[in-house]
Ligand binder design. Structure first.
Ligand SMILES: [Zn+2]
Length: 223
């Protein structure tokens, strides 16, 4: 049993102390500040600071007495959560991040929604992210066609503007599975969001490969 001293609230017994900063995710022995609040009879919030020099964020540990004892703060408190709980971000390669900032933003939100357990909506988010990735790639390859590309359906853009067979094949299949995330009946019943993410990952890899290849062949055209 551990104890925490809280000025005018006295000492409380707790099951554990915060051992990870919710902001930078480092394993830490958090520094307790003098700020705390008894929000309800069975709930105490305590402000901590992350000792990681690159972070130093303040965060709040929320404790609850699961079986409250009437009229007393003393008792057994359980650490329920630490907030703000910053969500992880997916790694997106630099070339693709520069090509399509909106793909990064939408993909990241979808990834975080999935992490939060929102499985019914993250799939449609991934589908939207795919559309921005592919259209931004098509526009970078065919800049004079920008207006047409923006107005066309995703499948038509893939068909009309993508020559690289690897990107074409993967994005076509990602679009099929993406459509399943938006419709009542799934056409690809043996595939799921995991497959959609793999196909988007392949699109990202092939687009990165394409962009790097173009970059080096144009910057090293002659010996
Ligand atoms: Zn931290």
């Amino acid at each position: 049993m551990l104890q925490i001293h809280l000025n005018h609230l006295g000492t409380i017994n707790v099951d554990s102390l915060p051992n990870q900063c919710p902001v930078c995710k480092s394993k830490v022995s958090a520094i307790q500040t003098s700020v705390h609040s008894k929000t309800q009879s069975n709930c105490v919030e305590i402000a901590y600071q992350c000792p990681n020099e690159e972070c130093l964020s303040l965060f709040i540990a929320r404790y609850e007495k699961l079986q409250p004892t009437p009229n007393t703060i003393n008792g057994f408190f359980t650490l329920i959560k630490c907030v703000p709980n910053n969500l992880d971000k997916p790694d997106i390669v630099e070339e693709v991040a520069e090509l399509s900032p909106q793909f990064c933003e939408i993909f990241t939100e979808s990834y975080q929604a999935e992490k939060l357990g929102m499985e019914q909506i993250c799939g449609i988010g991934y589908r939207k992210a795919l559309e921005f990735l592919i259209k931004d790639f098509c526009i970078s390859e065919h800049p004079t066609e920008e207006t047409k590309i923006k107005g066309k359906a995703l499948a038509k853009c893939i068909n009309d503007y993508i020559d690289d067979i690897r990107i074409k094949q993967c994005s076509t299949r990602a679009a099929w599975l993406g459509n399943d995330e938006a419709h009542y009946v799934r056409k690809w019943s043996d595939k799921d969001i995991h497959d959609l993410k793999i196909l988007i990952k392949l699109c990202v890899l092939w687009i990165q490969s394409h962009l790097l290849t173009v970059s080096y062949t144009s910057s090293m055209a002659r010996t």
